[in-house]
Design a protein around this ligand. Structure first.
Ligand code: NAP
Length: 316
């Protein structure tokens, strides 16, 4: 397996005092490591989580070790547009700057379920909740420019457990086709990538840079709908590591690079990939950035039709 890509250590010791970031789904996994690293570099980090008590417990652990770390937990359920609006309203009221938004939270291969607004769960949480959140924080990000938006997508936007990644704009919620949890995950992760492209086009000249990332195959709670986590974390762990699974710290590297590296604004809308599994095996070593081997990821008409559909759904 190719070695994981790692951030330039100089970026991870850069002083971020005075900067503020929002990281969604930061009570666990890749989001937690990302939030902690930004805070250790002096930034104020808002952990936007549906389980606030869990986030507060994680913050207490970090602050016990690093008393100067500035982190706070705020409630955000991406499966409820009302919750997204409440969260954004408070952020806009309380803060005068936002240097980075990390759309990191996600669910994978869920049984067929719907969000509070009746959206299929994976496209609802992974894409539509983040789409609305980004729209509502965009003025603040523009006022804070140069600032960045990082959408945490996946190499599964290309192929997920044998399913080719596609976005069916006219049937996003599987009303007219048989539901498949992996296919729906691939659809939502392709939507994350297309969303970043749509943002980049609309944000040209504003100083706000939007990109998407594949964080790697990372040992987190994400697999909980696919296998018992004790099997992943204990029984299979050495074998999965040999197969390419990486730890959350390595999984946060691509997001941190996209938030901090100086040349990222030259690649607005691009996809940055940790090591992964792609249809085109030459992409498996990743790349910062990487042209996605999925032709749908490079389809400008799809970027626009998904944008229009998403806008209509979140404002309905
Ligand atoms: N792990 C991988 O191999 C891998 C590979 C490619 C891409 N990714 C992407 O990486 C991102 C982070 O996932 P992870 O691997 O760190 O998994 P994780 O440990 O399961 O973390 C996911 C986070 O999302 C949160 N979340 C789920 N539903 C939410 C909702 N309705 N509202 C707000 N937050 C919600 C979870 O909160 P709870 O704790 O409350 O559930 C958790 O904090 C995801 O977007 C995922 O698709 C991961």
């Amino acid at each position: 397996m190719p070695k994981p890509l790692l951030c330039d250590p100089a970026l991870l010791s850069r002083d971020l005092s005075g900067r503020r970031y929002v990281v969604t789904g930061a009570n666990a996994g890749i989001g937690l490591v990302t939030a902690k690293q930004l805070a250790l570099q002096g930034a104020h980090v808002v952990l936007a989580c549906r389980r606030v008590a869990e986030a507060e417990a994680r913050i207490s652990e970090i602050v016990a070790e690093h008393p100067n770390a500035k982190l706070e937990a705020r409630e955000l359920d991406l499966g409820s547009l009302a919750s997204v609006r409440r969260f954004a309203e408070r952020v806009n009221a309380d803060f005068d700057r936002l240097d980075g938004l990390v759309n990191n939270a996600g669910v994978m291969n869920t049984p067929k379920q719907t969000t509070a607004d009746g959206f299929e769960m994976q496209i609802g949480v992974n894409h539509l909740g983040h789409f609305l959140l980004t729209e509502l924080l965009l003025d603040l990000l523009k006022r804070s420019a140069p600032s960045r938006i990082v959408n945490v997508s996946s190499c599964f936007h290309d192929k997920a457990m044998g399913r080719d990644g596609d976005v069916k704009v006219d049937d996003l919620f599987y009303d007219q086709r048989r539901y498949d949890g992996w296919e729906a995950y691939a659809q939502s992760k392709l939507a994350n990538l297309l969303h970043a492209k749509g943002l980049a086009k609309r944000l040209e000249g504003t100083g706000v840079t939007a990109v998407s990332v594949h964080p790697g195959w990372v040992r987190t709670n994400l697999a909980k709908h696919s296998m018992p986590l004790w099997v992943q974390d204990y029984v299979l762990r050495p074998f999965l590591r040999l197969g390419g699974m990486i730890e959350p710290w390595e999984g946060a590297q691509t997001t941190l690079h996209c938030l901090l590296a100086d040349d990222v604004p030259k690649h607005a809308g691009a996809f940055f990939s940790q090591t992964g599994t792609y249809r085109d095996k030459s992409a498996n070593g990743g790349g910062w950035p990487l042209r996605s081997p999925n032709p749908k990821a490079n389809d400008d008409a799809l970027v626009e039709s998904l944008w229009k559909k998403s806008e209509a759904l979140v404002s309905a």
